[in-house]
Write a protein that binds this ligand. Sequence first.
Ligand code: NAD
Length: 270
Amino acid sequence: MAYNLLKGKKGIIFGALNEQSIAWKVAQRAVQEGAEIILSNAPIALRMGELNKLGEECNAPIIGADVTSNDDLVNLFTKSQEHFGGGVDFVLHSIGMSINVRKGLPYPENNYDFTHKGLDISALSLHRVLQTAMKMDAINEWGSVLALTYIAAQRVFPDYNDMADNKAYLESIARSFGYYYGKKKHVRINTISQSPTRTTAGSGVKGFDGFISYAEKMSPLGNASADQCADYCVSMFSDLTKMVTMQNLFHDGGFSFTGVTQEVIEQMEK
Ligand SMILES: NC(=O)c1ccc[n+]([C@@H]2O[C@H](COP(=O)([O-])OP(=O)(O)OC[C@H]3O[C@@H](n4cnc5c(N)ncnc54)[C@H](O)[C@@H]3O)[C@@H](O)[C@H]2O)c1
């Protein structure tokens, strides 16, 4: 069901790779709610070609940008300003990558070149996007910026590896930049801490199947799906949530505040 929550709004969505991607669902949902969007992803992801399908469906231009490149981001915001004839009202940062995870290097044995690269892509990129947008005045008054995160920023999930540190840094950037952008232009910046979700990035984490069913059993409402995450993102982009900023918002069916559940106790007693 659509409510026209984003009628007249314009946005940039980073990170749709394939139909499983959380950003893919957010793009579809935002357009259903009346938004006009631009899709962006790393040049290597664009070469896979899947994004063209979403671009056509959403009538959205696709503009490549490696989020670790200032030049790419300036180019993206310049083209976005030309396309929309002004600034955007919302931005989704749905980006994450750890080479240590990919190479299966356990946390105590992390390679620091890989750590730097993963931090740059997964966390510092939010600062880079915001700094570029601020310099170019590319986000409108009362704009809304969201980045996706995971509870490993607060609690230890060993196989999440250095992504846990990246997410802690990402959440901190949302708070710190939220102060400055809020003061300057009433732009609000939040992170959404999503349940484990079957996507390319999610499934890269070792033991993901066990991980996802444990979370399902530990959440009174069950795991939140990518579609439900898209609903939440849309509400955060809308004018109904204007005074929410600098928050880490758990979208996890109650997992974050549950100590134990009956299902888990029964499992332990077997
Ligand atoms: N899947 C989960 O279980 C889960 C849970 C909580 C949070 N998240 C977060 O959600 C976000 C989206 O991930 P997803 O699960 O939809 O997986 P995904 O693999 O579909 O999305 C990750 C995206 O990051 C993009 N990316 C990687 N390097 C980039 C670069 N240099 N420049 C620009 N883009 C780059 C990829 O191309 C891809 O589109 C990530 O921040 C992830 O950490 C995922």
